[in-house]
Design a protein around this ligand. Structure first.
Ligand code: AMP
Length: 243
């Protein structure tokens, strides 16, 4: 039986299962994923972060992904699915995980479905069982997305995300948490943003229908304050009849 947000005794001791965040670039997936990860003690798996890290380290994967990412397109399904399969094997995923930026195409969603069925189990008193994913679509209008993306800055040290219009740091360009110098993502320029939004409309928007058809889709209005959106997200996770 699900329980109301705030009444779960210890959200960190239960199996949360897979949580999937859908939403356009700039919808707030990264910000919300971090807060969900913290509350439930499960890892945030951001395919964008893992890819950026590979690009920065100059790995084979990074070399293959770099040009596509800089142009705002999507990295091939094969590469991204293999990367996620690898990440889900790690021990910190055993109570659940939150996928942020994956799946991004219907082919990735179909792969994930098979992968969760065939390879991912959770355990109750040593006994394996399956938990279906809860899929949350964060909905934000186009103009708001543009402002969020052009105003986005992040701290390279702690990952905290700011926005120069809506959530500026206390001193300009400096992280409130650790004093790091804030950076703008390379693909947050207007030209690349427009390509990313096109890729979203063509390839990622159909995913909402895919999960709606499976009755796994929940929608959250992503235009309020961070706190109100987070509250709505916790409610969805905790009322998903799985905790
Ligand atoms: P993000 O940080 O989620 O906006 O991702 C940044 C970039 O990484 C995207 O514009 C894509 O080029 C690439 N990327 C991230 N996740 C995926 C994915 N699931 N499939 C394909 N490409 C991805």
């Amino acid at each position: 039986m699900g329980s109301q947000a705030g009444t779960v005794l210890d959200p960190k001791s239960r199996n949360t299962g897979p949580v999937i965040l859908l939403g356009a670039p700039g919808a707030g997936k990264g910000t919300q994923a971090k807060l969900i990860a913290e509350r439930y003690g499960i890892p945030q798996i951001s395919t964008g972060d893992i890819l950026r890290d590979n690009v920065a380290r100059g790995t084979e994967l990074g070399k293959k992904a770099k040009a596509v990412m800089e142009g705002g397109g999507l990295v091939s399904d094969d590469l991204v699915c293999a990367m996620v399969a690898d990440r889900l094997k790690q021990a910190d995923c055993k109570r659940g995980f939150i996928l942020d930026g994956f799946p991004r195409t219907v082919a990735q969603a179909e792969w994930l479905d098979r992968h969760l069925t065939d390879n991912v189990s959770f355990f109750d008193k040593g006994k394996p069982y399956k938990i279906p994913p809860v899929v949350i679509n964060i909905k934000v209008g186009y103009n708001q997305l543009l402002q969020r993306l052009t105003g986005r800055r992040s701290c390279p040290t702690c990952g905290r995300i700011y926005n120069v219009y809506f959530q500026p740091p206390r001193s300009e360009g400096i992280c409130d948490v650790d004093g790091g110098k804030l950076v703008t993502r390379k693909d947050d320029t207007e030209e690349v943003i427009s390509e990313r939004l096109k890729a979203y409309e063509r390839q990622t928007l159909p995913l909402a229908d895919f999960y709606r058809g499976k009755r796994q889709l929940r929608e959250v209005d992503g235009e309020g304050s961070v706190e109100s959106i987070t509250g709505a997200m916790f409610k969805v996770v905790e009322n998903a009849d799985r905790l």
